[in-house]
Design a protein around this ligand. Structure first.
Ligand code: ADP
Length: 453
């Protein structure tokens, strides 16, 4: 096992990794920008090093700065968290070239899944069900019209290099395809430097269901069931739950096995998530994330495992500490992402947190880097806390979430907590009856400026 690990991230996910390291007797190194000198991850790690100015490009995304930090501190391995450099194959290569270990999959697997056309082709060949669409990229408008006509409208034009919901354009009918094709290409070129696009059937009312997989890098892999992440705003997840309210045990085992077999066959190493749209009992692969997800704690809660611990074990060459047969699903877990944002427009609201009180009690987990007196800097993501609750069943988890949200105090900045209070009062949410469009529709009806609140 490693003696010292550097965490190339900040905020709650840096704390998450530091905590796992400490429990395993591994020394942790935090890196930070000048804007984060007083951040909790800096205080909690065994060592900390300033690696640059506030701009992420010059600090958390600076490969030379992070490699130098490893050399200065003698860290043997790097945990990337999520975001920043976590899915950057070039970074993985540089880490390895310096004789260090990247805690995550190989550069080859990151590259394979980072290009969505390649990812889809690979998954299809491995027997994973995909959204009907073009075989590979679509290069000219004539082919685009032909393929869209064959698939049947509505279709969605998507960037192969896309991410964060960008580079996607909907064509409802043949009249829209020319515009959708050319704007998607232009936006993809501007945002990702790669204009390649592909075309998919647009699913009208699916759920977003994702399968947590974990590979040992030696041809073995397990799945840890699904998470339902359908509640999204602008393609960003807002609330996640596990198990999915629409998935039964037989379905879970069937899709879980397909996913575990697929990653086992490519020799995948570490944590990964295979994302699907799920409609009328059918799964359609959309993409694979080759890292730990923000919402991993709901899976940890229902299976009673520590996914970061497993990442550290596998990256250091040890075996995983459980096999598929030892994984038993227990109860229900829900996570809400609390952002420092002002409703109804979700405008970022950085500033000083005067008072902070975290909820507690049975089945409550709070992953947050906040403390009273902390100043949330304006330079980074607005996620300030993840509240995760676990109950024996879904109604108990919902009641616990309501209770825990009521105990939470964050004074000084606006947060998205009132949104969750409102959502919990909705019968559709109580029943678990929502698709990927539910939240946007609800926000339009309830949270637009001037709408009754
Ligand atoms: P990104 O990498 O940008 O997150 P994804 O391919 O994961 O892109 O898609 C993000 C979201 O966009 C999905 O969760 C879903 O809400 C919507 N979406 C993507 N593809 C389709 C499709 N074929 N039909 C309907 N909605 C889609």
């Amino acid at each position: 096992m490693f003696e010292k690990v550097l965490i190339a991230n900040r905020g709650e996910i840096a704390l998450r990794v530091i905590r796992a390291c400490r429990e395993m007797g591994i020394r942790s190194v935090a890196v930070h920008s000048t804007a984060d000198s007083d951040a909790m991850h800096v205080r909690m790690a065994d060592e900390a090093l300033c690696i640059g100015p506030p701009s992420a490009t010059e600090s958390y995304l600076s490969v030379p700065a992070i490699i130098s930090a490893c050399e200065i501190t003698g860290a043997e391995a790097v945990h990337p968290g999520y975001g920043f450099l976590s899915e950057n194959a070039q970074f993985v290569q540089v880490v390895e070239d310096h004789g260090l270990t990247f805690i995550g999959p190989s550069a080859e697997h990151i590259r394979m899944m980072g290009d969505k056309i390649t990812a889809k082709e690979t998954m299809r060949a491995l027997g994973v069900p995909c959204v009907p669409g073009s075989e590979g990229g679509v290069e000219d408008i004539h082919t685009a019209r032909e393929i869209a006509g064959d698939i049947g409208y509505p279709v969605i034009v998507k960037a192969t290099a896309g991410g964060g919901g960008r580079g996607m354009k909907l064509a409802r009918s043949a009249a829209d395809i020319d515009a959708a094709f050319s704007t998607a290409r232009a936006e993809a070129k501007a945002a990702f430097g790669n204009a390649d696009v592909y075309i998919e059937k647009y699913l009208a009312n699916p759920r977003h269901i994702e399968i947590q997989v974990f590979g040992d890098g030696k041809g073995g892999a397990v799945h840890l069931g699904e998470r339902d992440c359908s509640l999204q705003r602008r393609h960003q997840k807002v609330l996640e739950e596990a198990p999915g309210p629409s998935i039964d045990e037989a379905t879970r085992q069937r899709i879980g096995r397909i996913c575990a077999d697929a990653v086992a066959r490519i020799g995948y190493s570490g944590a990964g998530t295979i994302e699907f749209l799920y409609e009328d009992g059918e799964f359609f692969f959309i993409e694979m994330n080759t890292r730990l997800q923000v919402e991993h704690p709901v899976t940890e809660a229902i299976f009673g495992v520590d996914l970061v611990r497993e990442q550290l074990r596998v990256a250091s060459g040890m075996a995983m500490s459980f096999g598929q047969d030892e994984l038993e699903l227990n109860g229900h877990a829900i996570e809400v992402r609390i952002n420092a944002e002002k409703l109804p427009n979700f405008a970022p609201c950085p500033g000083m947190v005067k008072t902070f009180h975290a909820p507690g009690g049975l089945g409550v987990r709070m992953d947050s880097a906040l403390y009273g007196g902390y100043v949330i800097p304006p330079f980074y993501d607005s996620l300030i806390a993840k509240l995760i609750v676990h109950g024996r069943d879904r109604p108990e988890a919902l009641a616990r979430l309501r209770r825990a949200l009521g105990e939470l105090i964050v004074d000084g900045v606006e947060t998205t907590v009132p949104l969750f209070h409102a959502l919990l009062a909705e019968p559709d949410i109580q029943r678990g009856d929502y698709s990927i469009h539910w939240l946007e529709d609800w926000l339009e009806r309830n949270l637009q400026p001037g709408a009754p609140q």
